[in-house]
Every structure is written in structure tokens, then in C-alpha cells.
Design a binder for this molecule. Structure first.
Ligand code: GLU
Length: 464
């Protein structure tokens, strides 16, 4: 049996991190077993589904490189098929028309609640002959006794008594099939072998199993993935900041870092933190996913992103960071080589956005000095070293790291002071106090004109 998994989002919003993790687990499971990964768009809720959400989901999956082998299949294109199955259930006597009024159902619910019973449909129309011409819903005849055992790959065996499950509506009055029916038909028709989804669907599973059995279809394996909590222990929501996957792109995260972070949410392999996609495919297993919810930890995501930022191809990082520099009004073509800047700065940043922000001074004069740095380094005794450095730098024949380095050494020797007495004010003069690499490299990248101009500015600042 070849493995077939699916991701079945409802297009009622963007792809959020919870959905992305479910998609990742399903994708990994298919890849690990040489199977196929199917994308199904569950858009039967016509009021809440939008094309914009479909696009946002596809965009998120593309960014994360979660490529699907089949689909996207849209449930709204399959109504005929769902009706065919509903018809078959009717013929087999496993579904029936129900015309109970809203008032009757409300009253029933109230009575049950008053008796502290779980509200459920009482099967009133089970044996009635209701004409197809009058308004009605269609209900599935759930077995009345026995139990359904969900043999979940993450949670183990979870039993549900059929007495707890009532006769579910599978087609509404307006003729639209309902979620549990469409999922059952699709999982069967798409030959899904493993249903990996959020555990908010666990209560639907026994109902779906009963319908699969009623149709004489195979029951897939299920794996219900526990939810993700925010840092504060509450269910992850917009309150916790960026929950749309695309927001992480905006914020300067690398897709492989987000995937790595997501795979570790609820799954581990010893104490290994970093996994290439190939390693994930090889090592991940759905039965090893934790039963309890996992908490989202932004600091850890930042740390993982930093590790990928440090080791990724600098050319690629330069390409990605140029967009963030653009957001800050910088055209990196008008300044030092961005690849060299990336190599010089990337250890100091956790995100591409931060990398852009801390690299601004290479491309334009900073507005203000960092107050602390200026208070420490830009004081009266710094004037002479700064003036000497200016002279030296202006006269360097060759603007190279080597020559700049020698120039600094010479001024240090001439003034007979420690390196810091020259280096500290010089660094703050040219960077404004932003994090920066070796001084000769910093000056080299900033360029001679900007260095001389900024040294003049620092002297004026001290003397003001
Ligand atoms: N469409 C459902 C959702 O977005 C998922 C259904 C399933 O995976 O079975 O929550």
C-alpha cells in the first residue's frame, strides 16, 4: 500500500503556523514513505471561503516549499459526487430525511440540557416517510450501540460509544453536503491512507469512521496533532503576533528555518535542534509526535533563523536582504557590495530584517549616534586621534583593508596610545555605534568619502 496523505485547509483565512505544521507533518510523512501528498481545498462553506484565502494558502505553501503531488482539489467542484454518495446511503437505508423544525430541535436541546444530558438528536424522523418535495435535511443513521475505537498514531486508542454520537446531518436543507460527509467521500476517493490533522477534529473521527464503514470503504490511519499554544499557555492566536506564515517572510525569516522550527514543535530527535529538510524527511515520524500541546517560543525561532542565516549561501542572503533594505529606502546597488556586507554583518542578526537594519550605515549616513556609544567614545581626547586618522585615510594610496589596517596601526604608534584610544572613537564616528565587524573591514566597506565625512562630523560633534 503506498502512502497517500493530504492537507485539507478550509480557505477562510491565511495559512497560519498551526496549519503549516500540519501540512509539514503530512508532507514529511508522504516523502519519508515515498508516497504522495495531496492538497484539497475544503471550500464548502460558501460564506466564509474566499479566493483570496486560497491564494494565501497556496502562497504560504510555495514559500515553505511544501510542494503537493496532486491537487489542489476543490470540494465545491465535487457536489455531484457527494450527492451520489448521499443517494447510495439513502438506498441502503443508512440515511434518512428529517424535517424536524428548528423549534422542535431547540426544545429538545433545552430539555436535554435541563436534565444534564449531552444535547443530541433523538432520531425522531428515523422511521418516517418524508417526501423529497418538502424541505428537509438528510441525516446519517449512526449505529445505536457499540463503540468506535480510533487507533490514533499519536494518541493511541481512543474509544467513543455510539450512544454519544447522534444522527449527523450530511446534507442541509439547501442541498449542500456537510463537512463530515465531504471529508469521508474525499478521503476515500483520493485513496488517503493517513489522515494527519489537528486534534480539534478528533471528535469528528468516530463519525467519519462510521460513515466509511457504512459505505464499505477502508478506514485510513489517523494522527491527530496536538495544538500549538502561545508563550503564555493560551491557544495560539493573533494576539501572539505573527501567526500567518507570510508574516514570517515579511519579518525576515528563512523558510527552511521556519520549517525547522515547526518540525520541532511537538517532535524531537534526541537533543538535535537543526534539521535539514532531507534529515527531517529521513528522521521524522508521526508516531513520535508528542501527545501534549507545544508552546510557541519566538526566541527559539529567532535562534534557529540565526543559525540558518549564518550558514546559508551569502549570495542568496544578499538577494533576500536587498528587499528589506529597499523597504528602508536603500538601493544596495548604490553602495558597497551587498554580498560582502552580508558576510561582514550576518553573525550579528537573527533575521533578514534585522540584518538590513544593522547594515544601513554602509549605505547612508546615520541620523544620530547611539547615545551610550557617543558618550563613551566621542569626547575631547578623541579629537586628536580622529584628526590624525582623517589625514592618514585621506592620503592612503590604496583603499584596501590591508592599507587601512596599517594606517590605523601607524596612528596608534605615532600617538603612543593603546589601540582603543584610536579604534573606539573611529568606530563610533563611522558607524554611529551600530554593531560592526573588524574596523578595517568596516571602514573599507563604508568607503573613503563617507569615512572622511563622518570623521569630520564626529570632530564637530565633540567640539560643539
Ligand atoms: N478543513 C478542515 C480544517 O481546515 C480540516 C479537515 C481535515 O483535515 O479533515 O480544519
Amino acid at each position: 500500500m503506498s502512502v497517500r496523505t493530504r492537507f485539507a485547509p478550509s480557505p477562510t483565512g491565511y495559512l497560519h503556523v498551526g496549519g503549516a505544521r500540519t501540512a509539514l507533518f503530512s508532507w514529511l510523512y508522504a516523502r519519508k514513505h515515498g508516497g504522495r501528498f495531496i492538497l484539497r481545498i475544503e471550500d464548502t462553506d460558501l460564506e466564509r471561503s474566499t479566493q483570496a484565502s486560497v491564494n494565501a494558502i497556496l502562497e504560504g505553501m510555495t514559500w515553505l516549499n511544501l510542494e503537493y503531488d496532486e491537487g489542489p482539489f476543490y470540494q465545491t467542484h465535487r457536489f455531484e459526487r457527494y450527492n451520489e454518495v448521499i443517494g447510495e446511503l439513502m438506498v441502503k437505508g443508512l440515511a434518512y430525511r428529517c424535517n424536524c423544525s428548528k423549534e422542535r430541535l431547540d426544545e429538545l436541546r433545552e430539555r436535554q440540557m435541563a436534565h444534564k444530558e449531552k444535547p443530541r438528536y433523538d432520531g425522531c424522523c428515523r422511521n418516517k416517510q418524508i417526501s423529497p418535495d418538502e424541505p428537509h435535511v438528510i441525516r446519517f443513521k449512526n449505529p445505536v450501540d457499540g463503540a468506535v475505537v480510533v487507533d490514533d498514531m499519536i494518541r493511541g486508542k481512543v474509544a467513543f460509544n455510539n450512544t454519544e454520537l447522534d444522527d449527523l446531518i450530511i446534507r442541509r436543507t439547501d442541498g449542500a453536503p456537510t463537512y463530515n460527509l465531504t471529508v469521508v467521500v474525499d478521503d476515500h476517493d483520493m485513496a488517503i491512507t493517513h489522515v494527519i490533522r489537528g486534534d480539534d477534529h478528533l471528535n469528528n473521527t468516530p463519525r467519519q469512521i462510521n460513515m466509511l464503514k457504512a459505505m464499505g470503504w477502508d478506514v485510513p490511519r489517523y494522527a491527530h496533532v496536538p495544538m500549538i499554544l502561545g508563550d503564555d499557555g493560551a491557544r495560539l492566536s493573533k494576539r501572539h503576533g505573527a501567526v500567518s506564515v507570510m508574516q514570517y517572510l515579511e519579518d525576515g525569516f528563512l523558510p527552511e528555518a521556519l520549517l525547522n522550527y515547526l518540525v520541532r514543535l511537538g517532535w524531537s530527535h534526541g537533543d538535535q535542534e537543526l534539521f535539514s529538510v532531507d534529515e527531517m524527511v529521513h528522521l521524522f515520524d508521526v508516531d513520535a509526535v508528542n501527545k501534549s500541546p507545544s508552546a510557541f517560543n519566538t526566541d527559539k525561532l529567532l535562534w534557529i533563523n540565526q543559525q540558518y542565516l549564518k550558514s546559508a549561501d551569502p549570495l542568496r542572503i544578499a538577494h533576500l536582504v536587498s528587499r528589506h533594505l529597499g523597504d528602508l529606502g536603500i538601493d544596495p546597488a548604490e553602495g558597497p557590495d551587498l554580498v560582502a556586507v552580508v558576510e561582514a554583518q550576518r553573525e550579528r542578526a537573527s533575521t533578514l530584517k534585522e540584518l538590513a537594519a544593522i547594515s544601513l550605515f554602509y549605505y547612508r549616513d546615520f541620523e544620530n549616534y547611539d547615545e551610550k556609544a557617543a558618550a563613551k567614545a566621542l569626547k575631547a581626547p578623541a579629537v586628536e586621534p580622529l584628526r590624525k586618522m582623517r589625514e592618514k585615510l585621506a592620503l592612503l594610496e590604496d583603499w584596501s583593508r590591508e592599507a587601512i589596517h596599517q594606517g590605523i596601526e601607524q596612528v596608534v604608534a605615532e600617538l603612543q596610545v593603546g589601540f582603543g584610544k584610536v579604534g573606539m572613537p573611529l568606530r563610533v564616528a563611522v558607524t554611529g555605534g551600530a554593531p560592526s565587524p573588524d574596523l578595517d573591514l568596516t571602514l573599507f566597506l563604508i568607503g573613503r568619502d563617507a569615512c572622511l565625512r563622518r570623521i569630520d562630523r564626529a570632530v564637530a560633534f565633540i567640539e560643539a
